[in-house]
Design a protein around this ligand. Structure first.
Ligand code: C5P
Length: 248
């Protein structure tokens, strides 16, 4: 590569976007799951600190529900690197609000790592791996786990239609890492096309692109049901990130 081209090339910039505007009905509790406490901190605070403490993350956009008083949250100190945005009705709406906010501050080629607030056990080494493996990728990708179970495709009426080839089945985790402009466009198009967007990769797939699968730790669970809390507590303890019992 010519020296001038090398000099013109930008060092990649990485942002994190945390959708945390869900109400978490599946846990049947009085408050959204991200506000439950594990040790002395909320699940949300555990999740945020992974990114705020990462040296390569320039800033973190936190998308919160409309009824949340941010001053009442035990948010980690962020030295001006934490930005709050209001969420929307669906996860994809919340993500879009965060991307719109970022588009006024970041470059369209910057990378955005979208990570569920309800996944506090993400190891920092998985963030490192994503950044390393995808920084020069034309599309981007996601952390995922090869399925250890055989997956059945149902006929919608309680019977198996067929089985999926296990070697090719992966469970999508987060973070999912894409360039700001591409993800913003993909998310907007998929939503307006009425396509169900339950993760960022599905929006990118809707554009006809093929995100890369990067194998991540199975510890990176999404807290969804009450029993997931015990597991998350164990994983945080194993990572040396828990300082006491949890208070549901
Ligand atoms: O509902 P689900 O478990 O898929 O939510 C994944 C993440 O998306 C959670 O962190 C949740 O708070 C967030 N979310 C959001 N806005 C919504 C719905 C979910 O930010 N309207």
């Amino acid at each position: 590569m010519a020296e001038s081209a090398q000099m013109a090339e930008r060092e990649p910039v990485f942002w994190a976007l945390i959708p945390a505007a869900g109400i978490g009905r599946r846990m049947g509790l009085d408050r959204p799951k991200q506000y439950l406490t594990l040790g002395s901190r909320t699940i949300l605070a555990h999740t945020l600190s992974i990114f705020l403490e990462h040296p390569r993350i320039r800033g973190v956009v936190l998308v919160l529900g409309p009824d949340v008083d941010p001053d009442a949250l035990d948010l980690p100190l962020a030295g001006g690197r934490l930005f709050r945005v209001a969420g929307g009705a669906e996860r994809a709406d919340s993500v879009q609000n965060g991307l719109d906010f970022l588009s006024e501050r970041a470059h369209g080629d910057d990378w955005v790592l979208v990570h569920d607030a309800a996944r506090p056990c993400l190891p920092a080494s998985d963030v490192d791996r994503l950044l390393r493996e995808l920084r020069d990728d034309p599309v981007g990708g996601l952390l995922a786990c090869p399925s250890t179970d055989t997956i059945k495709w149902s006929d919608g009426a309680g019977r198996v239609e067929h089985s999926l080839e296990r070697e090719r089945v992966w469970r999508a985790l987060t973070p999912q890492m894409f360039r700001l402009d591409m993800l913003r466009r993909a998310n907007a198009q998929a939503r307006s096309g009425g396509h169900a967007v339950t993760d960022e990769a599905s929006a990118i797939e809707y554009l006809g692109e093929h995100p890369r699968l990067i194998e991540g730790s199975a510890m990176n669970i999404k807290i969804t049901r009450a029993e997931d809390l015990e597991l998350a507590r164990l994983y945080l303890m194993q990572q040396g990130r828990l300082d006491g019992g949890y208070r549901p």
